[in-house]
Design a protein around this ligand. Sequence first.
Ligand code: 6GU
Length: 237
Amino acid sequence: MKIDVLTIFPEYFDSIFEFGIIRRAKLAGIVEINLHDIREYATDKHRMVDDRPFGGGDGMVLKPEPIFAAIENLVGTSERDAYSEGTRVVLLTPQGRPLKQTVATELSETKHLVLICGRYEGVDERVNDALVTDEISIGDYVLSGGEPAAAVLVDAVVRLLPGALGSDTSAENDSFSDGLLDCPHYTRPAEFRGMTVPEVLLNGNHAEIEKWRREKALEKTKAVRKDLLQGENGESG
Ligand code: 6GU
């Protein structure tokens, strides 16, 4: 998979993809991640990437021209209908559809992801209208820009790529893969400062351990995320 990230703050990503599973996936050739400074696509003499909103109001809005030029360069066209199959242009904004495990899975099955990091104040809507295939938010809170959201999306997607997790781990056992939160985990020592590990985990009865883990996952999900059990917007993602 190839991932291109369009941002006005490329340095934000300097080390964020250099750790753990993402780093390993890059080194193994499973994913290629490229950063692009939107400013490099600005052609006016001041290299302007944003401007004041028509109609007035606070803040600045990202201009369309540099983003269209960047997409033409990276995808080959600024006609959404002419994108190759397997190309997705994702705009990260709080107005997007919520990122869920199901969305990450869907995106992990594509070949080329272009992530456009929005600014909190906004992105000219013509970017959305003409270029964007998916507008995505990572949750109901405000970030100053889409950069942290892009980092989150890349992590959630890359770990699902075939071969990204070591052979000894699997995304199938993750939280959310079955629509539930994860069960509790313990490691040695079996007793720490008077706190003990549940007996069932020590007795080697794998059927019993599986049953306990499912019960605990369900209990936790009921306690903190009832919405996940109720379908609708608590869809299994
Ligand atoms: Cl994708 N961008 C911004 N600016 N804020 C957010 C977000 C994205 N997702 C949640 N809040």
